[in-house]
Design a binder for this molecule. Structure first.
Ligand code: SF4
Length: 408
């Protein structure tokens, strides 16, 4: 595939990932029944504002008629706006004449429910991205507490998680302790059972914050996977989205048949960038160690069942001083190398913290992301590597394009 050959739905999705939507009454009304966005819509001074408030909740995810899933972003300058209503159906209209039927991901009933011990199910560590249930019962990451020589935290530079602290106190996660408390697991199980009954879930993805001792992290994921399978009974494919865990725990996870795929997020290609973007991963596992764990996993689960999420575009942060072309070439080399090892990278669009003032920033980011996705598609085709439908699909990939491109 060459640039400009993005399939239609993938192109529209990419447009919307960058451009977002303007506020409209229909968008505001949809927030009454849609899954709420983590980021509110912020009105700009002078922008027409029928709400009288500075910021309002908007929906989180929408789908095109063919099921393509798109994350919503508010942008007063966007050419796109939502029209219609829940009863007549919503449409996405642009100033250049597009008129597309859309639907919003609904807020599920269970999210308003309580577990039998009186905790909100919304806080039980179960969330949905389209048809994927994400299980996160230990979200605190110990890299936030670990210190680099200069005193800075060892967290990954882009990460919005946080340390095991009061913010996530309802999980009773303890720093340095692998075991997830029984009450936390039971709340998750009860909530996951309700979610599986209400929604057609086609993937279950286990995630969590990292531990500074990878073996302990491995033990934690074995425990979580066991708890999930007690509810799931192997009906829905489960993926382990941990850090790069050691061989002993990997073998056990595999022998017990607890997960169908694994995904250890390298985040960025090249040892140099990895050490800068992911100092904790680099210090406690190391770049070579990370790649080795991915290869060990391929030996166990097989080619095409091992994944690595990448933060696509972080290379364009000003401190790395890369042109978008050089950044794309580097990332494409990484995709080729990982695929040759039987590992499939998954590229999530990075939303920048720096460099936004640069007039061409988003143009460069978009060029980078589009080129990377098109070249990576060629690599997958060339090596006959497919993203497993059990791992993810176009109905859950909200910041990624691979599945949208593959099915076109
Ligand atoms: S290891 Fe994961 S949770 Fe921890 S800082 Fe990095 S991205 Fe965030």
């Amino acid at each position: 595939m060459k640039a400009s050959q993005l399939p239609n739905s993938a192109r529209i999705k990419l447009d919307l990932m960058f451009e977002g939507v303007r506020y409209s009454d229909a968008l505001g009304a949809a927030s009454a029944h849609a899954f709420p966005n983590f980021y509110p819509y912020r009105f700009r001074a002078g922008e027409p504002n029928p709400t009288g408030r500075d910021k309002v909740t908007i929906p989180y995810l929408m789908t095109l008629a063919d099921g393509t899933l798109i994350r919503l972003k508010g942008n007063p300058d966007s050419a796109w706006a939502v029209q219609g209503s829940e009863s007549t159906g919503y449409r996405l209209e642009s100033t250049s004449g597009d008129n597309l039927p859309i639907a919003f991901e609904p807020l599920p009933q269970w999210m308003k429910g309580m577990t039998t011990d009186g905790s909100p199910m919304a806080n039980a560590g179960v969330s949905l991205h389209g048809d994927m249930a994400v299980i996160n019962v230990a979200p605190g990451c110990e890299y936030f507490l670990a210190r680099q020589a200069g005193g800075g935290s060892m967290r990954c530079t882009f990460c919005a998680y946080g340390a095991p602290n009061e913010r996530v106190a309802h999980f009773n996660q303890q720093s340095g302790i692998a075991d997830v408390p029984e009450a936390t697991l039971q709340r998750m199980q009860e909530t996951l059972r309700a979610a599986l009954q209400e929604t057609e879930i086609r993937h279950i993805y286990l995630v969590g914050g990292s531990m500074t001792e990878p073996a302990k992290e491995g033990e934690r994921f074995i425990q979580i996977a066991q708890a999930v399978q007690q509810v799931n009974q192997h009906k829905v494919p489960v993926s382990c989205g941990s850090g790069a865990i050691p061989e002993e725990q990997l073998r056990r996870l595999h022998q017990l048949g607890l997960v169908d795929q694994v995904c250890f997020n390298l985040e960025v290609w090249s040892e140099d960038l990895f050490s800068k973007v992911c100092p904790g991963k680099n210090h406690f596992v190391g770049y070579a160690g990370w790649l080795q764990a991915l290869e060990t996993a391929v030996g166990l689960w097989g080619r095409g069942q091992v994944y690595s999420a990448m933060v696509a575009g972080i290379e364009l942060e000003p401190e790395y001083q890369m042109s978008w072309e050089a950044a794309a070439d580097l990332a494409i080399r990484g995709a080729n190398d990982l695929c040759a090892r039987g590992v499939l990278p998954i590229y999530s669009l990075y939303w920048p913290t720096g460099g936004r003032d640069h007039p061409k920033y988003f143009e460069r980011l978009r060029s980078f992301f589009e080129k990377l996705n098109l070249e990576y598609k060629s690599t997958r085709d060339h090596l006959d590597l497919q993203i497993s439908d059990g791992f993810m699909c176009h109905r859950c990939a909200y910041m990624q394009l691979e599945c949208d491109i593959d099915r076109a």
